[in-house]
Design a protein around this ligand. Structure first.
Ligand code: 9MR
Length: 467
């Protein structure tokens, strides 16, 4: 997103060395010395995402100048004074200054890189520097013999208090939305891995893993419009999906150790068939265009692209619904060696599903020698749907703690060979997706809005540390 800033006064600038190249230096015989475009670019010291552009072109006659900031917008006329342009999103941008004088046009260009710290000085991005705490911070991850995961957004990685807790307690990151199809394959001819790359950079700088989520998901919030309204043949659709899976997996090869390759393919309706043509956003364009074997096809494409990455099928309500669980196992059994693990989303409530139902699901995964990911854990407390619930009561907080503890105990007890990760779906209660979804207040996570730990956190910790 471009934001041209209006403030000019009082800025102190760090000059950085950007060299500008000319596309045409003449060489033919001309009566006049041709105009030569030139500009300087400096990073603002008050906002590391702002670039200050100074058109330094000089010419003895009148001339016009315009900028293309590389943000996908039309070129703009150079105004008086410096131009201040904000590059909010990590990526690679080419800035072009075009000048025209006495019928001759010349351009100067500069490429810049932007990461989660802002514009990279000299085009060199540095990994995010961990804020080294005075004393080593010990958290959940230090007591677990499996990865302790957290759902993050790129924006929150940049908030220091968030980053501090992430580093203390978690060692596996799942992007809440930045590694879905609408972001990674925004148009038929383009891919955009900038946000995913920035998340990987944060993880690498902090000794964390990244769990990729999610490549194939029917959900309208994760699909680009061009896929929803795909205009080609079914064969073209399938070729597009193969190319998407291949390109994405190869891009993140060696950096993202696991992927939810297919997400929520199974319908909640009677018999739990694959989602297909049902309306209200519940159907799957992938099933419609690629046929009943589409899940297997996708796993095969992925396996071809990267034989080493861990591939998961991820879905919800598989502990609470026996029929859905069984449908999932039929799907998974059919995949054979193509699949490494099952992601069991744990969007649960303080009182449901029961310990034994969760255990049955776990036993089914373990008996198949698959990895188990307890994914997307959050524990609802406002199951009554109380629209004016202002805070979590002590008894309900204790019940929630007990459920967290139960879930972690179940997970911790599985054989080491089946352990993979247990991922919590958000840090603070005020950032849960559930409030939007249920339209009532919710408090399903382990941290309060002020980053203090809730009893739920103690429940997680006790399951790891108390015999
Ligand atoms: O929590 C996620 C929310 O921030 C996103 O806007 C949304 C659409 O991308 O996805 C939410 O996460 C979903 C997850 O990817 C799959 N299982 C259900 C989760 C809640 O909708």
């Amino acid at each position: 997103m471009k934001k041209k800033l209006q403030y000019v006064l009082g800025l102190c600038l760090i000059t950085i060395m950007f060299s500008c190249s000319n596309s045409d230096d003449g060489g033919t015989e001309q009566r006049l010395e041709p105009i030569t475009a030139a500009f300087e670019a400096t990073i603002s010291t008050t906002d590391p995402n702002v670039l200050i552009l100074n058109n330094t072109t000089t010419y003895e006659f009148d001339f016009t100048s315009s900028w293309d900031y590389g943000l996908g917008d039309p070129a703009v006329t150079d105004g008086p004074g410096n131009e201040m342009v904000r590059y909010a999103t990590p990526g690679r941008y080419t800035i072009t200054l075009t000048v025209t004088g006495e019928g001759v046009t010349d351009t100067a260009t500069q490429e810049i890189l932007v990461d989660i710290n802002g514009i990279c000085p000299d085009g060199v991005c540095s990994p995010v520097e961990p804020e080294v705490p005075l004393e080593p911070q010990v958290g959940l991850k230090d007591f677990a013999d499996f990865s302790v995961g957290m759902a993050i957004t790129l924006e929150r990685l940049n908030i220091p208090q968030h980053a501090e807790v992430y580093r203390k307690d978690f060692n596996n990151l799942t992007a809440e939305f930045e590694m879905k199809m609408d972001i990674m394959h925004p148009t038929p001819t383009t891919f955009n891995f900038d946000a995913g790359d920035a998340i990987v950079a944060f993880a690498e700088a902090n000794g964390m893993e990244v769990h990729g989520h999610t490549l194939i998901w029917h959900n309208e919030f994760a699909l680009p419009n061009w896929v929803k309204n795909f205009s080609g043949t079914d064969a073209q659709f399938e070729a597009m999906v193969e190319n998407y899976i291949t390109t994405t997996l190869q891009h993140f090869k060696g950096k993202v150790r696991s992927w939810d390759l297919v997400n929520e393919a199974i319908s909640d309706s009677r018999g739990n068939p694959l989602r297909n043509t049902e309306g209200n956003g519940l159907g799957s364009i992938f099933r419609q265009k690629m046929g009943p074997d589409y899940v297997k096809k996708c796993f095969q494409f992925a396996r071809n692209a990267d034989p080493d990455v861990k591939l998961f099928y991820n879905d919800y309500n598989m502990a609470s619904s026996v029929s859905k669980r069984d449908a999932m196992f039929r799907l998974v059994d059919d995949l054979g060696d193509l699949i490494d693990g099952v992601g069991a989303q744990m969007h649960i409530s303080f009182n449901s599903p029961s310990q034994s139902r969760i255990q049955q699901l776990v036993d089914g995964v373990v008996s198949r020698n698959l990895l188990l990911h307890f994914a997307e854990l959050d524990v609802r407390v406002n199951t009554e749907g109380n629209a004016s619930l202002a805070a979590l009561s002590t008894p309900r907080a204790e019940a929630q703690k007990a459920k967290y503890k139960e879930v972690v105990e179940i997970y911790n007890a599985i054989p080491q060979a089946n352990k993979f990760a247990l991922t919590v779906w958000g840090l603070r209660d005020n950032e849960t997706w559930l409030t939007d979804f249920w339209k009532v207040p919710e408090f399903p996570l382990m941290f309060n809005d002020n980053y203090t730990q809730k009893p739920a956190y103690d429940g997680f910790m006790e399951a790891l540390t108390v015999d």
